[in-house]
Design a protein around this ligand. Sequence first.
Ligand code: SAM
Length: 521
Amino acid sequence: MGMRTTGTGGKASGERFFKDFARGSSKKSDKSSSKTSGKTSGRASNKTSNERSGKGAGASSGQTVERRPASSAAPRERAGERAARERPGDRVVIERKPPRRDEPAPVRFAAKGPGNPTPPRVPRQRRAFSTVGGPVETAGDAAESGALARLWDVDPGLARALTHGFHAYAGRLHPSIARGALTRWSAAGDTVVDPFCGSGTVLTEAMGLGRVAIGNDASPLGVAIAQARTTLLGEAHRELLVSEARRIAELAGEEARKRRRPELPSWAGPEFQRFFPHVAFELFTLRELVMEVPRQPVGNALRLCFSANLVKLMKAGPEAPRDGEAKRIARGVPSRLLGDRAVELATGLAALERRTPPGTPPPVVRVGDARELKGIAAGAARLIVSSPPYPGTYDYAAQHDVRFTWLELPRRSFESAQLGARTATTGLGADPATWRASQRQWLSEMARILMPGGHALLIVGDGVLGNQPEDAPATIAEQAAPLGLEPIARASQARATHDRRLREIFKGHPRQEHLLLLRRA
Ligand SMILES: C[S@@+](CC[C@H](N)C(=O)[O-])C[C@H]1O[C@@H](n2cnc3c(N)ncnc32)[C@H](O)[C@@H]1O
């Protein structure tokens, strides 16, 4: 494998290295990417802000959502025809038109009141980091920090490659960083682990490179997406996925056009605040049909195709597109989008199958806490590539509430396991003592599962602890070294801070996103 021994010139020993690892004593090189038009980030485009910013969820899921006036709208097509014609990456058109005089105004539900319960209030999510390129600051071993710096120069063409664009996920890693890291610090056949795998970006890339991939995440939603993205299905079942999606889309679209109402589940009430009524009714019909499909071999994938479209169709709620209230979504559109999404997933899976070397096992992905990686043997991993949550940045449970609800996934257990969430009670920052104790636990698990000489590449960002800015490399280096994880190098890029209160907190401190390389002693 491509494991490298770092010379002592760059060896991270003792206090001096900790100072190097922290800010201010490292060299800077301008790694602004020409390929990315100045827009790079460790995390792939921030799905949720895209979804809110009028680009719509499609921007984060392999599709561009374009709004155009009714006069230029294409004639309505049947779901199956459109799905057959479109390829992933094609634009999905959601019509946005001014209400016509002869059309009844859309029904608006009162904000509150008995029989019309309000979904739980969550604070608007902070943007993780703005996606900007810019100078890269490096420290530690020269060769390794140079390699890390090059990872920031992301290949934008990979953002939607394979199954990467299929389902939005907050804080998704840029696939280009995962691919670069896997290529440099592991070889075919090596075991690679991502203890915070989220939607499975590292696992997808690892599989494509013939690594034995293991993923873990506390979020059942993240794990379900990761499984859908890495279960190849095989040609016959990919065709079945598309034909089932089209069959369901035709049925549900027809029901919607005839204005037939489905039976509603017990939790349906608040959903009429998130969606316009005609959209909610169509989604309930779709959901019922999707849930009837057995989980194996294609039911799981179909459920995730359904989930992938939900946010784009929302009118209100913290995850909703900013222009959700202004959008006009025609009857039949939610159904058609299901067909489109199935085609997109099937196409991505076919590409992943072509890329994956024969004999590569499918990744093992499970719901679990990174502080206790059950079932992964000591010394099993050659490489860890992982992006843990940034403190006080996201609440992954609230962020994906609509998906947890519609897929009926257990949200509570995830809420209690997720680390560093920015919630209504924690306010801007995570609790420092709890955060550090948890960090020590997951670093110690990483140390346990890595083989001697194995590497961990962590993608981390400076968050907020208490009311103070966090210096992520310094705290990680401080905690990792006594556990036998030697800090080798880092490459950091500044990130803008849009929130006024955060600007106050970070006054005088650069806020950065970092690639940190650690090596198991
Ligand atoms: C930055 S995201 C990872 C995104 C992932 N790299 C991707 O590309 O989709 C951080 C992840 O940490 C997970 N997480 C939070 N607390 C956790 C815990 N205690 N154990 C395992 N995963 C946890 C969240 O559910 C989230 O998926």
